[in-house]
Design a protein around this ligand. Structure first.
Ligand code: SF4
Length: 295
């Protein structure tokens, strides 16, 4: 049996990786990183260094169809959004499924997620199977018809006739502090981005970044923020949701005459708010995909 630990460079998956090596042995474990091509260099470095320190094998998987987030947006002629989160699907879920189907072995798949991270995550289980929603419905339509996942369904059914893909969330009941303490106790440290004020790591920025996280990017990571602005100009579309900031601050106008928030508008708004942002901002939920590949 092979143990695959999905590792994003965030503290929870890091703790799950360390724990898995202890439980299942170094030679049975592989860290798997889904690279969106849109992470902070600090995260890429953290992933490489922590895996080197643990001497664990690291597999970096990428979309075969898209060369990262910006290429995906240009090919789709729009940025992903909370309602159309094709970034998670194309850059993480599909490469992960393709990778799993190439494994000729029974798998134990480890996810470092915690129940108290969000309401959606609190409803999950600590154990299940990776391809669960190919065999049981994840939802029902208005007429009561069950909905199943469909990507490479035939291949998945065939693969599952030979192999198992069990999923475990070993730190499901841990708190954020338990996670950090565990990492430190094991003589590692968390991603330096946490010390810079970020509460999540992952796409930099993520389409769902809240105002306080984005403020840190605008002020301290101009190269990444300039990349957002350049992509918006190239695509003539907004990276964040149209109502990301109040109406009177929005200057973008769609062909249908609707106003939206451009990156320039957001920068002006966020800089103008100074230190009051944290008081009024509400935490944006993280990725809600059942595969939980976005921290
Ligand atoms: S972290 Fe955000 S932008 Fe990146 S894939 Fe997930 S939802 Fe999309």
């Amino acid at each position: 049996m092979k143990v695959l630990v999905f590792y994003s460079g965030g503290k929870d998956s890091q703790a799950a990786l360390i724990l898995s090596i202890e439980r299942y042995g170094l030679n049975n474990c592989t860290a798997v990183f889904c690279d969106t091509g849109w992470e902070n260099p600090i995260t890429y470095n953290h992933i490489t260094e922590t895996c080197k320190d643990l001497s664990v094998k690291l597999e970096i998987i990428k979309s075969k169809k898209y060369n990262g987030m910006i290429d995906l947006a240009f090919k789709r002629k729009r940025f992903p959004s909370t309602k159309a989160r094709f970034c998670t699907q194309e850059l993480k879920i599909i490469p992960a499924i393709d990778f799993i189907l190439n494994q000729n072995d029974n798998l134990l798949i480890i996810e470092g997620i915690r129940r108290n991270e969000s309401n959606a995550r609190s409803k999950m289980n600590a154990e299940c199977t990776y391809f669960k929603y190919y065999f049981e419905p994840y939802d029902f339509d208005k007429k009561g018809k069950p909905k199943f996942y469909t990507y490479r369904k035939k291949d998945i059914i065939k693969w599952c006739e030979k192999y198992n893909a069990d999923k475990l969330r070993p730190i499901f009941n841990w708190s954020a502090i338990d996670t950090i303490n565990f990492i430190k106790k094991k003589k590692q440290d968390v991603n330096p981005l946490y010390y810079m004020g970020f509460s999540r790591v992952g796409c930099f920025p993520c389409i769902m970044n809240n105002h306080s996280g984005l403020k840190l990017i605008i002020e301290n990571h101009p190269e990444q923020w300039n990349a957002v602005k350049a992509a918006e100009i190239g695509l003539n579309s907004s990276f964040f949701k149209p109502d990301y900031i109040p109406f009177r601050f929005r200057t973008g106008i769609t062909s249908a005459g609707k106003r939206y928030s451009t990156a320039e508008d957001i920068e002006r708004y966020i800089k103008g708010k100074n230190n009051t942002i944290d008081l009024f901002d509400t935490e944006t939920p993280g990725c809600l995909s059942v595969y939980n590949l976005c921290e």
